[in-house]
Design a protein around this ligand. Structure first.
Ligand SMILES: C[S@@+](CC[C@H](N)C(=O)[O-])C[C@H]1O[C@@H](n2cnc3c(N)ncnc32)[C@H](O)[C@@H]1O
Length: 221
C-alpha cells in the first residue's frame, strides 16, 4: 500500500520497501527510511518542491531560509550538481538536520562539505551573488522576509508559503473575491512582478499539504 504523503509519522526501516525503484526519489526514500529521522510528509513536500524549482532554476548557491531539517537544500544539490553549495538558515538547528545530513552524505559523498547550517535569524541572513533563495513553510511574515532578501539582492526566489497573515493589509483588498490566504499570496506574486520579476505560480500536490502554493520569481533582465 502506498504511503500517505500527508502523514507526520516517521519514515522508518519498515517503509524502505515502499521505495524499491531505480530513481533518485526512491534512493532518497530508502536512505531517509533507514535513517529514521524525518516525518513522511516532509520528504514528499521537499521532493515535490525541489523538482519544480529545478525545472526553472539551475546553478548558483542555494540559500534556504527557515530551513528546519534542511532536506530541500540537499535535494536541490542532488538534482543539479552545478549548484556549488547550500546555506541553511534557521534560528534553531533541529536534531533531524544532523541525522539526515549524515545519512545523505554517506550515500552521496559529493555532498560532503557543501551544506552549511547557520543558526541565526532570517533577519541576519545575507545573499551571495547568483544565489537561489528558497523557503518552504516559512510561517507568515517570514516568507515576506525571504522575498525582501531576494528582491534586495535581485536574486532568484522560490517560496512555499504558509500561515498567511491576513489582517495587516497583505490581501490588497481582494478578500471579497478570493479567500484571504490566497489573496496574500497573489499580492506577493504581484509584488515580485512590480519589481520587474518574471513569476511562475505553481503548486505541489494538495494530498501532501493544503499549503501547496509555490511562488517562483527571477529578475527578468
Ligand atoms: C514551519 S517550520 C518550516 C521548517 C522547514 N522549512 C520545513 O519545511 O519543514 C518554520 C521554521 O522557521 C524557523 N524560524 C522561525 N522564526 C525564524 C526567524 N526569525 N529566523 C529564522 N528561522 C526562523 C523555525 O525555527 C522553524 O524551523
Amino acid at each position: 500500500m502506498a504511503l500517505n504523503p500527508r502523514s507526520r509519522t516517521r519514515l522508518t526501516r519498515y517503509t524502505t520497501s515502499e521505495f524499491s525503484g531505480d530513481t533518485l526519489r526512491d534512493a532518497l526514500g530508502r536512505t531517509l527510511s533507514d535513517a529514521e529521522c524525518l516525518p513522511r510528509k516532509e520528504f514528499f513536500e521537499a521532493w515535490e518542491t525541489a523538482r519544480r524549482i529545478r525545472r526553472h532554476f539551475r546553478g548558483g548557491p542555494v540559500l534556504e531560509l527557515a530551513a528546519g531539517h534542511g532536506l530541500l537544500s540537499h535535494i536541490l544539490l542532488l538534482l543539479d550538481r552545478t549548484s556549488s553549495h547550500a546555506v541553511c538558515v534557521d534560528r534553531r538547528k533541529p536534531v533531524s538536520f544532523g541525522r539526515l545530513h549524515t545519512a545523505l552524505v554517506a550515500r552521496w559523498p559529493h555532498l560532503e562539505g557543501r551544506i552549511q547550517y547557520r543558526e541565526e535569524k532570517i533577519q541576519a541572513a545575507t545573499v551571495e551573488p547568483g544565489a537561489l533563495v528558497v523557503a518552504v513553510h516559512a510561517c507568515g511574515g517570514l516568507t515576506d522576509l525571504a522575498l525582501d532578501l531576494a528582491l534586495g539582492a535581485q536574486s532568484r526566489v522560490a517560496v512555499l508559503p504558509c500561515c498567511q497573515v491576513t489582517k495587516r493589509g497583505g490581501t490588497s483588498g481582494l478578500e471579497g473575491w478570493i479567500e484571504p490566504q490566497l489573496a496574500v499570496d497573489v499580492t506577493r506574486l504581484f509584488r515580485l512582478r512590480a519589481a520587474g520579476y518574471r513569476v511562475f505560480a505553481k503548486q505541489i500536490p494538495a494530498e501532501i499539504t493544503p499549503q501547496n502554493r509555490l511562488l517562483l520569481g527571477e529578475p527578468s533582465s
